[in-house]
Structure formats: C-alpha cells, structure tokens
Design a protein around this ligand. Structure first.
Ligand code: FE2
Length: 307
C-alpha cells in the first residue's frame, strides 16, 4: 500500500479526526465491533483502531462487514502489563492477528485474566456469600474478556447490588489477591514479532489515581524503549494540557511515534468517540505523521493489519 493512495494522510483536517483507542464488547466496552464501525462512520472518523484489552478479535469481525468506502481500520490491542515499576497499558497497532507471537501473548493475557475472574468470584462467595448459578459462571468464563463490569452486572441481576458501579465500588474492588500480569517486555516483543508497532497508552497514568511525571515517566520510558517500545499516546481524552505537553516532549526527546486515542468504552465510561484532543492543535506532529507513514508503508501489513 502506498502513502500516495491514502489521500487523508496528507490532509491534516482529516487526520485530526482519527481515534486509535477504543473498546468493544470483546473486552469492557458496551458497543459490539459492528456498532463501533457504524458509530465511527457516523462521527466522520477517517481512521480507527479497536484496542480491546488482551484481545484482537474485533479487527476480524469489523473486517468482515467493512465496506470499501468505510473508514480505514488498523488492527489494535491493549495489553494490561505489570512489572516491578508498576502498571502499564501497551497498545499494539498494525500487527498480523494470526501470527504466533501475537497469539501467544493474547493466550497468556487471557489465561491470567480468567484466573482473576475466578479469584474474584471466590472472594465474593467466601466474603459476602454471593452465589451465582453454575450456568451464569460458565457463561462468564466463556466470554472473550470478562472483567469487573461483567461481574458487576451479574451482581445486579441477582439482587446483590443496585447498580454495576455500586457492585464494583463496594464489593468487587474489595478483593485483594496477588494478580499476575503479562510483563511489558512480553507484550512489546509479541507485538513486534507480529509485525506491529508497540505504543505506551496514556503514559502519565499508572494504576488508579497515580500520576507518573518527570523523572519517573522518563525512567519508565527508557526501560520500555530498551524492550522495543516505539511510540507514546500523547493525545488522550483524559489529558490536561500539561500532561499532553510532557508526553509530547518525551516523544520528541526519544524520537518516538505519537498516537491519539479517546479510550471510548460506550456506556461504560463517559468518553466520546473521537475525543482525543487532536482536533484542537495547529498542526499534526512529525512523530504522528511518521507513525502513519510507516504503518501504511510496511510491506507485510497490507491486507493483514490495515484495511
Ligand atoms: Fe483503553
């Protein structure tokens, strides 16, 4: 695929509408992948990527229904990772979802996530005596990517909480156990091994309320760059101007790609599709242009990671 054949790559006004970070029902969003396509189309977003947690299925599902005149779709994923320095969300773009390195990391993420679901259900049963019918538990475990919202919905259904939010805040978040996570180097190497580009999602946000800035962010970035990280999400719905400026400065200093994403979750988060902050800037940063050009020019990607 040649850059010249993608007209919007040279159209800054169009580029400012892209959104490369959103979640479908394959993970914890409330729109199906097909619904996301139609919302993206209606919003006039020219380029998008569905980045479900530890799952890449939405890409194939959208590919099957996507028409030629529809917005461009990039394969995407968001791995929840952790190491001695803390939590990281690692985004992957433009990879071949059928390649073995990607399948291996997805499988590992899925296995660890299922372990967490079982631990949460055991805790709710032992601590609060919340019981669920076996067929409900089996259904939960058969989902691609069950998480706190799914357990919260189940609690509401069986009368243990009034709302999903209450269920999560008052009960599910009380669960204490040592979670296992994919390590950032495993996620990064899996994405690269599948021909994709690894990008650190919302770099200043750690876990919960924690903000990572200055030397701490730099230390994390240097460590991740050592593992093969190639980009940062410098435009993000939750960023203040200060957080955006700091992330952009590090991107420039370390010559990293720059991406933009809303983290849309449908009704599970109060974030609008396309809300990345990108539309308010004067011009598209070089690091973002390089990202798109390299993504669209990669010879192996055509028909595999981009549509
Ligand atoms: Fe996300």
């Amino acid at each position: 695929m040649h850059v010249q054949s993608i007209p919007f790559l040279s159209d800054e006004a169009e580029l400012k509408l892209m959104d490369l970070h959103m979640h479908s029902t394959i993970s914890d969003g409330t729109d199906t992948p097909e619904e996301i396509l139609s919302r993206v189309r209606d919003a006039g977003i020219p380029l998008f990527s569905v980045t479900d947690h530890d799952a890449a299925k939405a890409y194939e599902m959208i590919r099957e229904v996507r028409k030629k005149a529809d917005p461009y779709l990039i394969s995407g994923i968001e791995f929840s990772c952790r190491d001695e320095l803390g939590h990281y969300h690692i985004l992957g773009y433009g990879f071949d979802p059928d390649s073995q390195p990607m399948k291996d990391v997805i499988e590992q993420g899925h296995r660890l996530r299922m372990k967490k679901v079982r631990a949460r259900l055991d805790f709710l049963e032992n601590e609060f005596h919340f019981f669920f019918p076996e067929e409900e538990v089996q259904h939960l475990l058969s989902l691609d990517n069950p998480g706190k919202p799914h357990i919260g919905n189940l609690m509401v259904k069986y009368g243990y909480a009034d709302t999903k939010e209450q269920a999560i805040a008052e009960y599910i978040n009380k669960v204490r156990f040592r979670s296992e996570y994919v390590r950032p180097e495993e996620a990064i190497q899996g994405i690269i091994g599948a021909g994709g580009i690894p990008v650190l999602a919302h770099p200043p946000f750690g876990s919960g309320e924690q903000l990572i800035l200055g030397d701490e962010m730099e230390e994390r970035l240097r460590r991740l760059i050592g593992f093969g990280l190639q980009g940062v999400e410098a435009f993000y719905s939750g960023f203040t101007p200060k957080l955006k400026a700091e992330t952009l400065a590090f991107a420039e200093q370390y010559n990293l790609y720059i991406t933009a994403g809303s983290d849309y979750h449908g009704k599970n988060k109060l974030v609008q599709l396309g809300n990345t902050g990108l539309r308010f800037i004067d011009s598209i940063p070089i690091g973002m242009k390089r990202f798109l050009e390299d993504l669209f020019c990669k010879p192996m990607v055509s028909g595999q990671g981009i549509n």
